[in-house]
Design a protein around this ligand. Sequence first.
Ligand code: E4P
Length: 216
Amino acid sequence: MKFFIDTANLAQIKEANDLGILDGVTTNPSLMAKEGIKGEEAITNHYKTICEMVDGDISAEVLGVTFEGIVEEGKKLAAIHPNIVVKVPMIKDGIKAIKWFTDNGIKTNCTLIFSAGQAILAAKAGASYISPFIGRIDDSGWDGVQLISQIAQIYAVQGFKSEILAASIRNANHIIACAEAGANVCTCPLDSILGLLKHPLTDIGLAKFLEDAKKM
Ligand code: E4P
């Protein structure tokens, strides 16, 4: 399973990248706004900086919702750097645009996936990645990880090539469950990635080894 970090914060991207386990980055308009990135030039420069920091796929989301708008914007985003993946919302014009990008050799990430039907349509259009939002599904009383399993099963039976990118991760357990359920990628906040490091027995064991090392 690939690890992406789900943030536009450069310090957090650097910290995850320095671990040596990072395969890419996902952003969205909320994450970009949180970092105070405003205006076309600043947005372009921010994506450029991220692409220079991390050698992997970097998802940059379009803001338009019409076929023409999404294609225009997507072409500009893709021109920023070869590693840019154009992130497109799961709407009718989005699916048309994903098909256009697929036919024109531009990688896409279909975002805001909340059902298996949406995942099937996005795969048919040729999306490179599809992003089920598992945390938001859990928040609404459904089971996000169950959706990852269902999509993984359908893609395996049908031979769909889109990679399942589990998004809206809330904790380390989500990452483990998504790995088990067949996600190809998990995009995670830094805290959730670091949460994977933690086990009290590791801390106790290390303290004892360090204490005994003084006797060596
Ligand atoms: C990433 O691609 C998604 O936009 C992101 O994971 C959504 O996360 P949230 O539900 O925590 O906003």
